[in-house]
Ligand binder design. Structure first.
Ligand code: GLN
Length: 332
């Protein structure tokens, strides 16, 4: 399917965000409500993440009209970590098609933590979905390219197109994670033993590299807004993926974006989202915009406590929950 062709035009009915001032006020209010929320711990399985300032907190909403509404440390950069999985999935799905990823990787929740080895063993080596590490490794191995360098170039360019600016690579976090990612390498080897990928060590390193790209809450909001806008970046106007790929990505995030807490997240916030262990969360309101939030303290599943609180407030204030409806009142 060619992006922008008639085939890619789907009928959609998502509603709009309220006016600019109302959105600004809602973002500021949700930020104030969540900035003093305590609780949670810094990620410690990657040594350099344990050095983050736990008080950092930045938020941003990017509308599909390209408007930006932000508060706090919205331009402070951090490594994207698992949030990269959503966008690499979209790029792979765009390049190889929906069915390949569905069959090779899967689209169901594991009900287990993101780095679970047991999930793989229980399912005959099938990774179940692209948002846990096993499925992300399998997905990353499908990125087009003859060599790991070509694949890396495709990932970096693709994620930068989602953000609308060239994303930097954090050498230090990458080194720190590469020195301690035995578990991801073990998962990659297990996947190889089940015939689900070919170059386990290269793939594990590539995955670690994609996790070390630097983004801000502002970038996450624009990346999310691209998925909210049928795959076109609303700030640069560039079509990054097709409307179908965006739709599929959001369906996956709704069921698996917050790992074993995806149900609780959906019940509370009613929107697809994706978290990463450095404290970022991207959330997408289809047809309306993307929300980026960053605060390093995490709950036990690895989801940022303040980012979740902020997103819950904002979803409620702006009526973003995709499951909410009101009773129909006929006009006379
Ligand atoms: N690179 C991280 C890891 O493998 C990604 C995990 C995450 O953000 N949940 O631990």
């Amino acid at each position: 399917m060619t992006p922008g062709s008639d085939e890619s035009k789907q009928r959609v009915a998502t509603g709009l965000l309220p006016g600019r001032d109302e959105v600004d006020e809602a973002v500021a209010a949700a930020y104030e409500e969540s900035r003093n929320v305590e609780g949670g711990d810094l990620a410690d399985h990657i040594p350099s993440l344990a050095e983050a300032d736990p008080e950092l907190f930045g938020v941003c909403l990017a509308g599909v009209d390209g408007s930006i509404h932000e508060a706090g440390d919205a331009d402070v950069e951090f490594t994207i970590q698992s949030i990269s999985k959503a966008f690499v999935y979209a790029l792979v799905s765009q390049a190889r098609g929906h069915e390949v990823v569905r069959e090779r990787v899967g689209v169901n929740n594991t009900g287990l933590p993101f780095h679970s080895v047991m999930a793989l063993e229980l399912n005959d080596g099938h990774p179940l979905n692209p948002m846990v590490n096993a499925g992300a490794l399998a997905t990353t191995s499908l990125v087009p390219g003859e060599t790991p360098d070509e694949q890396w170039h495709a990932i970096r360019t693709g994620l930068s197109a989602f953000a609308g600016r060239p994303l930097d690579f954090d050498e230090e976090v990458h080194r720190s994670e590469q020195a301690t990612n035995q578990r991801n390498r073990a998962i990659a080897l297990l996947l190889e033993s089940h015939g689900r990928l070919d170059d386990p060590m290269d793939t594990a390193e590539l995955f670690t590299k994609q996790c070390s790209l630097r983004v801000s809450a502002h970038d996450l909001a624009v990346m999310g807004a691209t998925l909210a806008d049928g795959g076109t970046n609303p700030v640069t106007g560039e079509r990054v993926v097709s409307a179908e790929v965006s739709r599929d990505t959001l369906a996956l995030l709704a069921t698996t974006g917050m790992y074993e807490r995806s149900g609780e997240w959906l019940f509370r916030i009613g929107l697809p989202g994706k978290s990463g262990v450095s404290g970022g969360i991207v959330t997408i309101a289809p047809g309306k915009g993307g929300i980026g939030a960053f605060s390093p303290r995490l709950d036990s599943a690895g989801n940022s406590v303040r980012s979740e609180q902020f997103t819950a407030h904002l979803s409620r204030a702006l009526g973003l929950n995709i499951f909410a409806s009101d009773s129909y009142v006929p006009e006379d």
